[in-house]
Design a protein around this ligand. Structure first.
Ligand code: PEP
Ligand code: MN
Length: 352
């Protein structure tokens, strides 16, 4: 892959791809100097999280303000600009004090218009590139609304980062639901969108294919969490890659010219089907696990496996629901008869 852009060109001329790489969390000075050396000349901007939004307070919540010095020094060493996540006006102030070049607003912050507005107000009169991640809820207007809040206070360089959406069980940590960034692009074709494949995938083995998909559906850049010792990372160890793996990935990715609108639409629709089929498989597995659990319970309590009356009633209910959903009765009947048959076998397995 060629044509890695500088942040200036990317915003002013939308030239090339913006590649943001660096660790999930800034951990130490030596970690940051190591990654800086490895990324020099290879990416557009170094990322690093200073304050980490964690589900539970006992988890590592980032090194805090002292890490900004290490991030800044890493940028100087690599000759690259730097970016970090901010969630409060105090974070912004600290990032500016330490000459951090750009900020991103995290998915858990974007979901709250009060927080976004507060951050936007704190930026009045300041010029710093702002990258707005999609909110954790699948709501394109909330995403766009956050972008508009920064534009309204006069920020001229605002871009979007697609990082996927927490979802049912899929192969992804955050399912991409490509139709959402595509809709954002339709509503605001002037806004650059990059794809944070790390938080979409949550694992290393599907990063490259996901990056290629993003490029085919016309992303303007990639965010890829990169760490010299991914396994030892303080956060998101499963999804980070080494600088050499990053280089390898960037080498195999292809920026296809002339992908027609039709091809993009088909490709997006196919990925929706793939995601749903994958979900169906996982649902079947979940369903059968419960059947096995019921089988064990019935065995312990001397209850018979097959209860015909219950099954006939359930099937009838499903057929009524199917009709309302516009599904054919034959199809739904055939599917559920197979599921029921397999479920009975699962319950009996334990008894043999
Ligand atoms: C991150 O980029 O490290 C991060 C926490 O992102 P998100 O807000 O997308 O979860
Ligand atoms: Mn992370």
């Amino acid at each position: 892959m060629t044509n890695i852009s500088t942040i200036e060109d990317w915003f002013s001329r939308r030239a090339g791809l913006l590649i943001a790489a660096g660790p999930c969390s800034v951990e130490s000075r030596s970690q940051m100097l190591g990654i800086a050396e490895a990324l020099r000349g290879k990416v557009s901007i170094i990322r690093g999280g200073i304050w980490k939004p964690r589900t539970r307070p006992s988890a590592f919540e980032g090194v805090g303000e002292k890490g900004l010095e290490w991030l800044h020094e890493a940028g100087e060493t690599a000759g690259l600009p730097t970016m970090t996540e901010i969630a409060t006006p105090r974070h912004l102030e600290a990032a500016l004090e330490h000459k951090i070049d750009a900020v991103w607003i995290g998915a858990r912050t974007v979901v709250n218009p009060f927080s976004v507005q507060e951050l936007a107000e704190a930026m009045r009169g300041i010029q710093i590139p702002v990258f707005v991640k999609n909110p954790v809820s699948m709501d394109v207007k909330l995403w766009l609304g956050a972008i508009e809040r920064f534009e309204t206070v006069g920020i001229t360089r605002v871009a979007a980062i697609h990082r996927g959406f927490p979802d049912n069980d899929t192969i992804y940590r955050n399912t991409p639901h490509w139709e959402i960034p595509i809709e954002l692009h339709r509503l605001r074709p002037d806004i650059n969108i990059m794809t944070d494949i790390s938080h979409i995938c949550g694992r290393r083995d599907i990063l490259t294919e996901t990056a290629q998909k993003a490029l085919d559906l016309a992303t303007d850049g990639l965010m890829i969490e990169t760490h010299c010792n991914p396994e030892d990372a303080a956060t998101d160890a499963e999804q980070q890659i080494t600088p050499s793996a990053l280089e390898e990935m960037l080498n195999v990715l292809i920026v296809k010219k002339n992908i027609s609108e039709e091809e993009k639409i088909i490709s997006e629709l196919r990925s929706r089907i793939d995601i749903i089929d994958d979900e169906l498989l996982r649902l079947f597995a979940k369903r059968m696990n419960i059947s096995e659990e019921i089988g064990r319970y019935k065995k312990q309590h001397g209850i018979t496996v097959l209860q015909m009356g219950r099954w006939e009633k359930i099937l009838n209910d499903y057929l009524k629901k199917a009709e309302k959903l516009g599904l054919s009765q034959e199809f739904v009947k055939a599917v559920f008869e197979q599921i029921h048959k397999e479920s009975i076998e699962k319950q009996l397995e334990d008894r043999s």
